[in-house]
Design a protein around this ligand. Structure first.
Ligand code: AMP
Length: 459
């Protein structure tokens, strides 16, 4: 018997967990499940990778199964709101597994796909609905669903919801929920505005906090290369050639930037794909699947698209552009070094990004190890082939760009990709200054929160 059984979860749920190979609850599960089984509200400060999906799913499924109500026409018993399509799909996929031995229905709706099929599926009601806010409101407006019977409400990634400008839709949705309900509110960070938002939804919540941000990525070796904006592309190409990473995630600040990186890499014979808000759902799904299968080893992503996605075995994270918000850096590098594996994070920092690097160092209390530009960089960069041409298509306005991706069509579509707008900074520019210090790649990168000799603490 696993420790899960001691938490009081129903037998079919324990069986599902066993088939998944989960033996012990993660800290957030251990802390949340008993309170949630008692029907308490919950304020969870945790990021993806902590096991928070099971933390909110297991006790909720237990409750829904224990008190079968019969589905009401267009009704929903449990509503889970997610900021992005990928995260919504992932939550629903996990919940279906946890509910596999229960007679409960789990549906998932998000934008970017036809609405009619979703309407048909929801007509008879659903036990669990995982949704993004925009599509949920569309479905409510078209009278395809009603929230008046919601018993459990989960708001996931609240900070990202705010960043994406979902605050007004959220308030609208909240106003449609019955007063009598259980509410769960998760956020990776808890600045004042998020705490205030939480207070609107929650009633005397239990507060659970796991793995403070600055210690989540203890095993990540961190490096920084100082390079001008215009030389970043060549640096990435040469680094990828040199390292031949098992699975590399490259973060760019903009959707356009992500597509451009894909084209340039394609020109140099390196297959990659981009995921961002201008891609259609099927393109994003295909790109992710190709990356997970190892068919492509390099995935270029913007923060929004990558948020919450669980990709195992990422060996390298490249911060092609530094994020505007320091916490985002921790999210990004947390994508590698999961499940006890070591990971490497390399940041490309131009002169005008140095203040952002300072902010990151202040937050993480770690100074990434300088990794100088490769020997003969300028000459090698000059010999790189030109970018692959973008496929024929008018490149105008929304949805106008299309990235080459090794022959696959990962073209764009619309989305409300908001990004982090806490601080603006000018783009481009910045001279090179190959940082001195130790050469990279020797396994001596700075680690967030680690107490190693190699770690230089700052701030
Ligand atoms: P999450 O933070 O919900 O995205 O979960 C992160 C990863 O941990 C997912 O791949 C889950 O399937 C996995 N996971 C969740 N709970 C457990 C557990 N108790 N034991 C092992 N793996 C788990």
């Amino acid at each position: 018997m696993s420790y899960f059984s001691e938490l009081g979860l129903a037998e079919p749920i324990l069986r599902a967990l066993e088939s998944k190979g989960y033996n012990d609850p993660t800290p957030i599960q251990r802390q949340s499940i008993p309170a949630l089984l008692e029907g308490r509200d919950l304020l969870g400060i945790a990021q993806t990778g902590t096991g928070k999906t099971a933390a909110f799913s297991l006790p909720s499924l237990h409750h829904l199964a224990k008190e079968p109500k019969g589905r009401s026409h267009r009704g929903v018993r449990m509503l889970v709101l997610s900021p992005t399509r990928e995260l919504a799909a992932q939550i629903a996929e996990n919940m279906r597994v946890y509910a596999r031995y229960l007679n409960l229905s789990v549906n998932c709706v998000f934008g970017g796909v036809p609405i009619n099929q979703q309407k048909r599926k929801l007509q008879a009601g659903t036990d669990v609905l995982v949704a993004t806010p925009g599509r949920l409101l569309d479905l409510i407006e078209q009278r395809a669903i009603t929230l008046e019977n919601v018993e459990i409400f989960v708001l996931d990634e609240a900070d990202q919801m705010m960043d994406l400008g979902f605050i007004v839709p959220l308030k609208r949705i909240a106003s449609m929920l019955p007063k009598q309900r259980q509410s769960l509110f998760f956020s990776a960070t808890m600045p004042k505005a998020i705490a205030e938002l939480g207070a609107r939804f929650l009633n005397k919540p239990v507060r659970v906090e796991v793995a403070p941000q600055s210690t989540t990525a203890e095993r990540v070796e961190q490096y920084v290369t100082f390079v001008s904006q215009s030389e970043k592309q060549a640096l990435l190409t040469l680094k990828l050639r040199e390292i031949k990473p098992e699975r590399a995630l490259v973060f760019t600040r903009t959707k356009h930037g992500a597509d451009k990186v894909v084209r340039v890499l394609a020109g140099a014979g390196i297959r990659s794909a981009a995921i961002h808000g201008n891609k259609s759902q099927s393109q994003r799904t295909a790109a992710l699947a190709a990356f997970k299968d190892g068919e492509i080893k390099v995935l270029i992503a913007t923060d929004i698209a990558a948020r919450g996605i669980d990709i195992a075995g990422v060996s390298h994270v490249f911060n092609y552009d530094l994020p505007n918000v320091p916490e985002q850096y921790v999210h990004r590098i947390g994508r590698t070094a999961r499940n006890g594996a070591d990971g490497i994070a390399i940041a490309f920092v131009s002169n005008d990004e140095r203040p952002l690097l300072k902010d990151i160092e202040k937050l993480t209390k770690v100074k990434p190890v300088p990794m100088p530009l490769p020997k003969g960089f300028t000459e090698a960069a000059a010999q790189l082939p030109p970018p692959a041409k973008a496929p024929e298509r008018p490149a105008q306005g929304r949805g106008g760009e299309r990235g080459a991706s090794g022959g696959r069509n990962y073209g764009p579509k619309r989305d409300g990709e908001g990004g982090n707008r806490r601080r603006r900074r000018p783009g481009g520019g910045g001279g090179r200054s190959g940082g001195g210090g130790r050469p990279g790649g020797g396994g001596g990168g700075a680690r967030v929160g680690a107490h190693k000799d190699s770690v230089k603490r700052v701030g």
